[in-house]
Write a protein that binds this ligand. Structure first.
Ligand code: ATP
Length: 139
């Protein structure tokens, strides 16, 4: 069983955290908006209201020991980047981040995060592969 933290529990972050739970892992969900925390509180190992741009708040959550942290703050570029810097400062090695623009991608790649995720593009490729599958099996 691995231990993960998911920061930002919008559609992407909540789907990822629930799937990690289903796969048998420990998940701490973090969001600055209590609405998202309340929605998932009884489905995650821990759910905490915290601002991920606040390094002290992240430090107190003791997430440095997690196997990986997924940053799923999409729209707010500044918050996403500050969150990544904070995670690096507190010693998180595996940082996976959802990117929403080319500029976001470029900054994340300069920061040396472990994986940059582009949900729309990656899902587009997966759907094309799924569509292709019945064609292939006809031969
Ligand atoms: P979705 O996955 O729903 O498409 P999105 O890409 O629109 O989400 P946002 O809505 O910008 O992304 O952020 C996703 C979540 O991150 C929201 O629930 C938001 O409350 C949370 N969030 C934003 N800023 C912070 C922050 N500084 N600290 C913690 N959580 C944050």
């Amino acid at each position: 069983m691995a231990q993960f933290a998911v920061i930002g529990l919008g559609r992407f972050g909540s789907a990822a955290s629930l799937e990690l739970m289903r796969l048998g892992h420990q998940v701490i969900g973090i969001d600055s908006n209590s609405k998202f925390i309340n929605r998932l509180a009884d489905q995650l190992s821990h759910a905490v209201i915290a601002d991920a741009t606040d390094e002290l708040a992240l430090q107190e959550l003791d997430i440095a020991g997690c196997d990986a942290v997924l940053v799923a703050i999409g729209e707010n570029l500044e918050a996403s980047i500050l969150c990544v810097l904070n995670l690096k400062n507190i010693g998180v090695n595996q940082i996976w981040v959802k990117a929403t623009s080319k500029a976001h991608h470029m900054i994340l790649s300069r920061l040396g995060v472990s994986r940059i995720i582009h949900p729309e593009e990656e899902m587009g490729v997966k759907v094309a592969q799924a569509l292709n599958y019945p064609m292939v099996s006809q031969y």
